[in-house]
Design a binder for this molecule. Structure first.
Ligand SMILES: Cc1cc2nc3c(=O)[nH]c(=O)nc-3n(C[C@H](O)[C@H](O)[C@H](O)COP(=O)(O)OP(=O)(O)OC[C@H]3O[C@@H](n4cnc5c(N)ncnc54)[C@H](O)[C@@H]3O)c2cc1C
Length: 526
């Protein structure tokens, strides 16, 4: 056999990603720890676990041989290996830039298991809202360990937490929830109703939205009750999903299931939003990671495959495609790490808090929306090899739309940007000022910021225009970030094509760009 690329395995996902390294260094992160995780996440062994976990999806076991309810999901051992690797790195409980960098690599290792990892991490601010629950549970969340056993949390080394908001009649519009919570005294409630999506149903507890006498409220629902009996959480079936196969997503019924209030009664949406804000950031981080995975596969194939007497990576048109993809990948990395830094500083810096509030939905929108088209283009770079199941590209392609759908679909994200900007017009104006000064006189960024100011000054028709406006905002922020990070060729080409270019539907349209410099950065490995 000749002219087939070697397998893509045992690639250090940190050392081979210049944009990621730069983002981590800029934030003063611990590079050595990330190098170690990059080696694990990119190892042939873990990539094989990823394949196994997806080809052997979780199985629902509703009853035992005697007809007793089990309500359990069985996973392939490979899934547990992935979970152990990510929780061992603290991805379910740590925060900050290093955790974001490792999560970005964990998504490349295998995306499905990231769902319970991110939900557990994001549950922390909500768990803290009930001191008794925080006291009993946080110690088992903040441990770099994984314990998938089906036992009361008190007997376990480590726990994971899920969430159940979506019902048949309303997912984005959770105020349409019908599930009821009846007070049972002493802060306890009995929850009855049906949830249309509840992922990671083997979690040790769930944050659940339900209608209490005081309105929609957020509850903490453990899998086992304090007396050691199993709570009335009745799994109904598992979703047969387009992708995300290693992760179980269930339909579930609560039959007077016991739960405890988290936050105030009637403030359920505000309470759960503390969790959802964090899962939204993780959606963007993992989509950025998956972009890198697709790009790395494309670069690898094109660096080895010869067609028409030349390596594909030396064919002028393929170079345009790969360089154009690199620009979106670089923008995604710059945006998500800027967002993580803003989030980390938001406690003590109002401007950073405003940036995080406005840019979380905007970045989630843009990065997650960009991924499916990107994954498709990466797949095409591999030709027919990209379209077969032995290649990881088919899995990437099926996974790629999901981050845009859950945790607030595209339009909902755009509406959230508008809500944040309208609620705090001064903060939004300050963000545009910040952007303007970061432009350092670059006329195309300055013009983009002026257009945004104008558009927000005229509210008529703004809602219908939001996709355009949010994309323009993200492009302007990404342009200002790329101008000061990485090679100038990347910032210049991004500005020329995204801020100043005409309509485009595909990758490979970068007239006048310094393609050699852009690809040198994409291929850089140390
Ligand atoms: C694999 C998977 C796992 C999931 N796991 C969980 C889970 O663990 N827990 C959980 O609670 N949920 C989960 N979900 C549900 C997910 O969060 C919802 O599907 C999502 O929030 C969208 O809600 P919906 O499906 O009801 O769609 P809808 O709310 O009906 O929205 C449909 C479309 O309409 C758009 N739309 C809605 N309102 C407007 C508007 N005002 N203007 C313009 N457009 C609008 C939306 O953007 C979307 O594109 C999961 C979903 C999937 C696919």
């Amino acid at each position: 056999m000749f002219n087939q690329p070697p397998p893509f395995e045992d690639v250090n996902l940190f050392n081979s990603d210049a944009a990621l390294q730069e983002a981590v260094r800029r934030a003063g992160g611990d590079v050595q720890a990330l190098e170690r995780f990059g080696a694990t996440a990119g190892s042939g062994y873990m990539l094989e676990q990823a394949r196994l976990a997806n080809e052997n999806p979780p199985q629902l076991r509703l009853f035992d041989a005697r007809g007793c309810r089990l309500d359990r999901v069985e996973y392939h051992p490979a899934y547990h290996e992935l979970m152990a690797a990510s929780t061992g790195q603290g991805l379910h409980c740590e925060r900050g830039v290093e955790r974001a960098a490792a999560f970005y690599m964990a998504a490349q290792m295998e995306a499905g298991h990231c769902c319970p990892v991110t939900m557990t991490k994001a549950s922390v601010p909500v768990v803290r809202q009930n001191p008794a629950i925080a006291e009993a549970w946080l110690g088992r969340i903040f441990v770099r360990d994984y314990d998938p056993s089906f036992r009361p949390a008190a007997e376990k080394r480590a726990v994971t937490i899920g969430m159940a908001m979506t019902e048949r009649q309303g997912g984005s519009d959770v105020r349409a929830n019908l599930t009821e919570a009846e007070p049972a005294g002493g802060g306890e409630y009995l929850v009855t109703g049906h949830k249309w999506f509840m992922s990671a149903p083997m979690s040790d507890a769930f944050l659940v939205l339900a209608q209490a006498p005081g309105g929609l409220s957020c509850f903490f629902m453990p899998r086992f009750l304090p007396d050691g009996t199993v709570n009335a959480i009745r799994l109904q079936r598992l979703k047969d999903k387009c992708g995300n196969r290693s992760n179980a997503s269930s339909e579930v019924e609560f039959d007077r299931a016991h739960a405890w209030l988290a936050g105030e009664e009637g403030r359920g949406v505000a309470t759960i939003m503390e969790m959802v804000t964090l899962t939204r950031i993780d959606c963007a981080i993992s989509s950025a990671g998956l972009m890198r995975f697709g790009l790395a596969q494309a670069l690898h194939h094109c660096s080895h495959r010869i067609a028409f007497q030349k390596k594909l990576i030396d064919q002028p048109l393929m170079r345009q495609v790969l360089a154009d993809m690199t620009l979106d990948q670089e923008a995604a990395v710059a945006l998500v790490f800027r967002l993580v830094r803003a989030f980390e500083r938001s406690g003590e810096d109002e401007a950073e808090a405003a940036f995080a509030r406005i840019m979380t939905p905007a970045v989630k929108y843009w990065v997650c929306k960009a991924l499916p088209g990107f994954a498709y283009e990466a797949m095409e770079c591999l030709g027919g090899n990209g379209y077969v199941e032995e290649s990881p590209m088919a899995r990437l392609f099926r996974e790629s739309p999901l981050n845009a759908i859950w945790e607030g679909s595209g339009n909902i994200m755009c509406l959230d940007v508008l809500r944040a900007a309208s609620k705090s017009p001064d903060a939004f104006a300050a963000l545009l000022d910040q952007l303007q000064s970061a432009a350092h006189g670059e006329p195309r960024i300055t013009a983009a910021v002026a257009r945004l100011r104008d558009r927000f000054a005229k509210p008529a028709g703004l809602e219908a225009d939001l996709r355009h406006v949010v994309e323009s905002l993200v492009h302007a922020v990404a342009a200002s970030l790329l101008r000061v990070s990485g090679p100038a060729a990347i910032g210049d080409a991004f500005i020329a094509s995204r801020l100043d270019g005409g309509f485009r539907r595909t990758y490979g349209i970068l007239p006048g760009a310094d393609i050699d410099a852009i690809l040198a950065r994409a291929l850089h490995s140390r």
